[in-house]
Design a binder for this molecule. Sequence first.
Ligand SMILES: Cc1ncc(COP(=O)(O)O)c(C=O)c1O
Length: 470
Amino acid sequence: MDTPIYDFVKEYAAQKSIRLHMPGHKGRLIEGFLGGSDENEDFEFLKSLYALDITEINGADVLYDSKGIIRHSEENAARLFGAGRTVYSAEGSSLSIRAMLFLISLYAASVGEKRLIAAGRNAHKSFVNAAALLDFDVCWLYSQEKEDNLSCLSCPISCMITPEELDNSLSQMPEKPVAVYITSPDYLGNIADIAGISKVCEKHGILLAIDNAHGAYLAFLKDICHPMHEGAHICCDSAHKTLPALTGGGYLHISNKAPRLFFDMAEQAMSLFASTSPSYLILASLDILNDFLFSKYPPLLETLSVKINTLKEKLAERGYILIGDEKTKLTIAPKPYGYTGYELADLLYKQKTVCEFADPDHTVMMFSVQNSDKEIDALSRAFLSLPKRKEIRAKPNFHLRPKPAMSLREALLAPKEELDASMCLGRVLAGDCVGCPPAVAVAVCGETIDRDVIKCLEYYGIKKCSVVIK
Ligand SMILES: Cc1ncc(COP(=O)(O)O)c(C=O)c1O
């Protein structure tokens, strides 16, 4: 597969043109940085990086008015992911999520419907702030809580809505939402039945948008289960989370079955929220990724899946409780084994192994085809040598269903003050959301902070809240 963006950037660097355009480093690192010297290894490395770092110059195409090398590269990506149209993001899924909501709001206007969206409650904060800015009403979907204290599905990070639950919820809503928004995979590695959910959406005549930030790789498994394959109309992927791409690299994918308006307005939707100086280092990394995904990636992913599965089997045999369906994510619920999620992550950190995320109940580790056998073996040894301790019984004892007192937008734009969380009972949240560590909402703006919210904030060690001034 060709790599038009990377080729352009590389050739431009080789030309050594006089750069009378942004960025200000002019493709060089001058003496004075890092005590600069050509013998300094860091200096040499950074010099080659700066040479490739450009933004939208003559001939380099325009990210959100693409007609040249960027459009060509995006078409390569669309073919790989099975999308009707793929638009690049140099600002992660956060940007694509804002664009998705804008497109849904345009669609609602075009068919004369309200900006009302039904969303799984574990939506990332970028969904909440986009919904607030665009003045959506959100009808939150909660999953049937599992009382099982090991799987901890009652924590705010997870909210796996089943097709049946969605069907029931939609049937009972007084007003039909214009779209359903589901986060899958979630941070813990649970994957929703997107194919089933898409059938329910079809039955109710509703669009389906998926936050697939954690699931770009799903398009390359033997059993493809990427949202573009499973029936979603639109989704975002963070290439940088699971694929070998630079941080910030992401996609907005639009399915062939999506309304025409999504295709026509996709670039405008992205540009509404994006920087006008996209990083070509990030775009070039998405571009060269296409070739890797096309030519090398699937068998490597298959091998990785087998290795992680073997690791999971060994850990389960040793007595660890594992969560989630993802083949490249390892989530441990370590309390039954006698540790908190933080303790486990700290122990690994001391062995120079850095996890993705930890909270009192979970330790989450993400793997990609870039991880070596040696690294996976070291992790396995670390876990297998850890003695089992007395089970920790403490578990979350809150039931989060905060009630809205005003709209998301009204609260976000209202005059606000920051208070100690313990002082906020009965007050209306004004910050976009107060989140437990991976930016998932405990409460969202406009909701009244009740006792369960305060208990939850205490549980996750969140000390401050921004509330609407009375
Ligand atoms: C579920 C989910 N959605 C969206 C995002 C935002 O993605 P990005 O960091 O690529 O902007 C994240 C980030 O961690 C996430 O976990």
